[in-house]
Design a protein around this ligand. Sequence first.
Ligand code: FRU
Length: 488
Amino acid sequence: TTYKQPYRPQYHFSSRTNWINDPNGLVYYDGEYHLFYQHNPFGNQWGHMTWGHAISRDLVHWQELPPAIPEEGATMIYSGSCVIDKTNTSGFGQDGRVPMVAIYTGARQDNQSQHIAYSLDKGRTWIKYARNPIIDLKRKDFRDPKVFWHEPSQHWVMIVLLPTDKKALFYKSSNLKEWTKAGEFTANDSPASIWECPDLVEVPVDGTMERKWVLMLSMGNNGPAGGSGMQYYVGQFNGSTFINESKPGELRYVDWGKDYYAAITFNNLPRRGNRGAISIGWMNNLQYANDVPTTPFRGAMTLPRELRLVKVPAPVNRYELRQQPIQELKPLLGPTFQWTGTDVAQLNQSLASNSLSSDTYWLQLELEAAKTGVGVRVKKEEAAQGKGEETVIGYDPASQQLYVDRSRSGHVGFKKEFPGRFTAPLKPQNGRISLQIWVDRSSIEVFGNNGEVTLTNQIFPKSDSRGIEFFGEGLRSVLIRSVEPIWK
Ligand code: FRU
């Protein structure tokens, strides 16, 4: 019964009860993926920030554990990261037990500083370092440390933000306790008012042996769909600072939907060939996160994504991020409805007689960018004769835009910034657009042209708004598969 409430995500992580925001401390260790997250153990709105904890063996099915690092007096535990200190550089290890070390922001009313804690039992219990804070600049806003081991320079690196200055600071350390400043990064072209939750990660470039560094930043506002969002830069990292190679003024968004924030990547993933980095984000927007109409929980994570780069040749001539849902999700996919053809009326008829009943499913569409708009209406209130709820996912060839329209997606009136139509630029490839769409009870993630653009949006439809209807000219093939719930 725990995961059966209206709007409860069936294959995305949410906590059994109460509020969550940013994913924290994503790390793999000894057969387990750890998802820590900003959590209020006492209520369904932001507050009492604590690191919640869930683990998974496959990155798909999660088990929620008791909160890991609770708020302490007036100090809340804000966002941060986890590393596995295999060679015990910190000295926290005992009797050959490898320390898992969390690096997070201790947040008080007038001060934010960086702290560490360690666990010798795979993240179940934590001991705070006696000499915290490890970095204190006596600033009110100074947060969200991401730490990783930099193999070439053989030291730990921290990237941490001065959010209101939109400045990233780099520190280095040999033992995770003592840190020295190594560099800074700022960018005049960012329209955000503040930066939060940075990540810096090395990513493979498709079809080459090359790897480049991607700096991802969460933007407190002026995101692509209004409100919060994420941008990225591509460049190099020399062990001390990030060297941006993106052209100035060329703003690059990680996701074009309204609900994609605070995504970070896993540390210590097992090396599997040339596999990319894996990220998880918080599927929400700061404009209304406290108001989304769910209970007794609030907030959910995105699907894990694999991040890669492609080198787009001249005239574009740049490295671009490509994101795909991780392949581990495939076993969740159930029975298939398959169609190829040109007649959309015939498609709708055969779909209607197929009685696909699941309310969580995956769609793959191939379309020819014809003259008219083309797409699909999902979570459609069938009895309402076209006047009821629906969420529209479509492609507009005139503007070359992919869009998700949730203006009438269900419960939209809880905040005026919620309803709307959100777009991403997308050009046909050989005259074709391909879409991969993940529909859960309260979210839709769209991946266009193999992850060239993504659009992530929450929706809150009635549970019986289950219709699927295709429209327009240009559809060539459709694949629909149900997605099994991850909760037992
Ligand atoms: C982003 C954020 C972080 C902070 C955390 C507090 O959503 O504001 O900057 O560490 O949430 O919960």
